[in-house]
Write a protein that binds this ligand. Structure first.
Ligand code: IMP
Length: 432
């Protein structure tokens, strides 16, 4: 009997999870997404191809691997169909190796309108949502009025759809907005609905399964499964910087509810973090930089959202937040991304603790919006290009010192170091 390994982000998303899943996929039989939806943008780069995935798991470019969209994921049919087309255009056939849970919830066109109305109503307290309908679709799931992939087969599906739509339109009106004030992907509601129903027909032709049985039976048979997280631990609905979070459990616990896997069947937990921090959207970010260093991280790290294109906010590595995420997730191995982005820095800062109301603490406070002063240590940079270095020992000593510092402060091994976006520039240090 095997256990399921988990790979997830320890910061505010965009840690480079897609690349690592793609690198580790050959070691697994099945890759399964457990939460989130098209708010995610997981980027793969290989053989001169750059490809961004949103709902489909990042093992899809390995033809012999099964990819599963679990029950905890939200499926937006139009976006899913576009992902299929993009994969087909580069020679992949997701129809053959993608399974979708019957219990996954659907994002309706009006969820997306409602997302836009909710954000507009928040004025300067906007969450900075990706506007893919995530919050409203998960709200309906918890309110027990959601529409699931399995419902498409119902003879009364149209009535189910209309009922949900009407309630969303009423909510938009109750916020004081005219429904026509909002667009989905620049389309009016009726234009987008047409596209959505066409995509629903397409979805009907895909492999829709009871994924909880499929995955547990696969583990019984000894197959190896990797659960792929989306967003990051600091965006978790329970433990992130609430209310500036996404609407799902992005932490290891989400694997159990989002795939139907018992906690006793969870194996290794790979925590992905960048050598610095980024955040896209609003909300507290203690180590955020507003100077030339922040701009250098953004430009060198190509820190622009892969789903929305928005510039990401950039800052130094935040150890209290990282330790918090490691604790919540039960991380067994750290994986350090984008260390090469810091090649040009002569001095690098790392936040070791926070000062809040005159007191020093290592803990992430209940309210991250209160005034947090990050307390920093300074390190010498390595000032050396590391592109193409495949051997850990050959990395600059100061870079290895930086990595050792992260290990010492988190008490966890850094098992993988990524030195460029390309699949091939990945150093695996320990047997995983
Ligand atoms: P939502 O999940 O689209 O509602 O967005 C909620 C917050 O999470 C916003 O600040 C988004 O920018 C952020 N967010 C959602 N998905 C991602 C992601 O995949 N990477 C980084 N940030 C994300």
């Amino acid at each position: 009997m095997s256990k399921i390994d988990v790979l997830l982000g320890l910061q505010w998303g965009d840690e480079g999870k897609g690349k690592v899943v793609d690198v580790l996929a050959p070691r697994y039989d099945i890759i399964a997404r457990f939460q989130g939806g098209p708010n995610a943008g997981h980027t793969l780069e290989f053989e001169g191809i750059k490809h961004v995935l949103h709902i489909i798991p990042s093992g899809i470019c390995h033809r012999d691997k099964i990819n599963v969209i679990g029950n905890g994921v939200l499926v937006e049919p139009v976006i899913l169909r576009k992902e299929f087309a993009a994969l087909e255009s580069i020679g992949f056939e997701p129809r053959t190796n993608l399974y979708i849970s019957r219990k996954a919830h659907l994002i309706l066109p009006t969820h997306r309108l409602l997302d836009a109305a909710n954000e507009a109503s928040k004025a300067e307290r906007k969450i900075g949502s990706t506007l893919k309908g995530i919050g409203p679709a998960y709200t309906d799931k918890v309110a027990r009025v959601g529409v699931r992939v399995g419902d498409i087969a119902r003879s009364d599906f149209k009535a189910v759809y209309e009922k949900a739509k009407e309630s969303h339109l009423n909510l938009i009106r109750s916020l004081g907005y005219d429904v026509d004030a909002f667009r989905v992907e620049d389309k009016t509601l009726s234009e987008y609905e047409r596209q959505w129903f066409e995509a629903l027909d397409f979805l009907k032709g895909l492999k829709v399964i009871d994924s909880e049985y499929y995955l547990n039976e696969a583990l019984d048979k000894g197959l190896k499964i990797l659960a792929e997280g989306a967003q990051g631990s600091m965006l978790d609905i329970d433990f992130g910087s609430y209310p500036f979070v996404t609407s799902s459990n992005t932490i290891t616990a989400g694997v159990c509810s989002g795939l139907g896997i018992a906690p006793s069947r969870v194996g290794k937990v790979f925590g992905i973090c960048k050598a610095y921090c980024t955040r896209v959207g609003s909300g507290p970010f203690p180590t955020e930089l507003f100077d030339a260093d922040g701009e250098e991280l953004r430009q060198k790290g190509r820190e622009f959202g892969s789903t929305t294109g928005r510039p990401r906010r950039c800052g130094w590595l935040d150890i209290p937040a990282l330790r918090y995420a490691c604790m919540l997730n039960g991380v067994t191995h750290l994986m350090l991304m984008k260390i090469d982005v810091m090649n040009g820095f002569s001095r690098i800062k790392v936040c070791d603790s926070y000062e809040i109301n005159g007191k020093r603490t290592m803990n992430v406070p209940y309210d991250m919006e209160e005034s947090i002063s990050p307390l920093y240590s300074d390190y010498d940079g390595w000032l050396q290009d590391v592109g193409g270095v495949g051997d850990y020992e050959a990395l600059p000593q100061r870079m290895k010192d930086y990595i050792a510092m992260i290990e010492q402060k988190t008490g966890l091994p850094v098992a993988l170091v990524s030195t460029s976006p390309d699949r091939k520039d990945t150093i695996i240090r320990t047997e995983l």
